[in-house]
Design a protein around this ligand. Structure first.
Ligand SMILES: [Zn+2]
Length: 214
């Protein structure tokens, strides 16, 4: 069951209080509509009944997809809690366990896992695409506003590198990424039970460490 609660919230614009519904967990098998509300961000969107301003409240949320076997813990902060009692049994059942810091990371991660893709491989593809964009275009890294996973079709992964004015798409065969990971397997290992953040910061940190710059 998905879990929600009613709570009093103080409007950041007019300062008046009103009641909002906050979801602590979402189980997609029971509540497929809530999956869509997570993807659109509507689950975090609220409207003040006094001043009618819309705004987002990104509260921590546990997202459980039993069909695709993953659990994402959306939380900007690592609480430092020992999660082994929770994560051990899920890990044993083959669940992928991840923490996402932002809504953008969260929705992308849901898409990656629903597509049956390995997110380590996707982050590597995003990193490679970014490097290739910088190298080929001689572009300024600061002009890049985002590197996004699009989809995977017939063993080819599509990544978009977005910039202020325009972007560029990259198509990368999955087998090439698998080979790249295979040659340096230990580098890409993650401890699933710790709800690791597998994102751009993570992949950059791997290459900083391996080149001794960290
Ligand atoms: Zn208000």
């Amino acid at each position: 069951m998905s879990r929600s609660r009613e709570t009093e919230y103080k409007c950041p614009y007019c300062g008046r209080e009103f009641g909002i519904t906050v979801y602590d967990s979402v189980e997609t098998a029971k509540d497929p509509d809530l999956r869509d509300a997570c993807m659109s961000g509507d689950i975090f969107r609220h409207s003040c009944p006094h001043c009618h301003t819309d705004f987002m409240v990104q509260n921590p949320l546990v997202y459980i997809d039993a069909a695709h076997k993953f659990v994402i813990w959306l939380s900007s902060q690592d609480t430092g809690a020992d999660l082994s009692a929770l994560s051990g049994p899920l890990d044993a059942q083959g669940y992928k366990l991840r923490r996402c810091k932002t809504l953008k990371e969260f929705t992308e991660k849901i898409q990656i896992f629903e597509d049956g893709m390995d997110d380590v491989l996707v982050e590597l593809a995003k990193y490679d695409s970014f490097i290739e964009y910088i190298d080929n275009k001689k572009g300024d890294p600061s002009s890049v506003t985002g590197v996004e996973y699009q989809r995977a079709d017939n063993g080819v992964l599509k990544v978009n590198v977005r910039t202020d004015d325009r972007g560029m798409s990259f198509l990368i065969p999955v087998y090439m990424l698998e080979e790249e990971i295979e040659t340096n397997k230990e580098l890409y290992e993650v401890d699933n039970r710790q709800f690791p953040c597998i994102n751009d910061e993570w992949i950059i940190s791997l290459f900083m460490e391996s080149s001794g710059e960290a």
